[in-house]
Ligand binder design. Structure first.
Ligand code: FES
Length: 83
């Protein structure tokens, strides 16, 4: 059975990314440096996900970890139950 990630945030975060650079998106939701991995997944079954953009510019990373298009936001945070 797969674990459910924690909710890392309730809104996506915009990051200015550089083409060809690797970004490690937090998949577990525990990172204190959302939306990117800080190593906090070590006690979970999750691993960070590499994102290597082809173009330089702004991207909206998912922080709620409920997106169906990781690591990018698909609007799923709007369906979260109220905190
Ligand atoms: Fe969440 Fe690494 S801290 S995947």
């Amino acid at each position: 059975m797969s674990e459910t990630p924690e909710i890392g945030g309730r809104k996506p975060m915009v990051v200015n990314v550089e083409a060809g650079k690797s970004y490690w998106w937090c998949a577990c939701g525990r990172s204190k440096s959302q939306p990117l991995c800080d190593g906090s997944h070590k006690s979970t079954t999750f691993s960070p996900r590499e994102f290597k953009p082809e173009t330089t510019g702004e991207v909206w990373f998912c922080t709620c970890k409920r997106t169906t298009t990781p690591p990018l936001c698909d609007g799923s945070h709007k369906k979260l139950a109220p905190a």
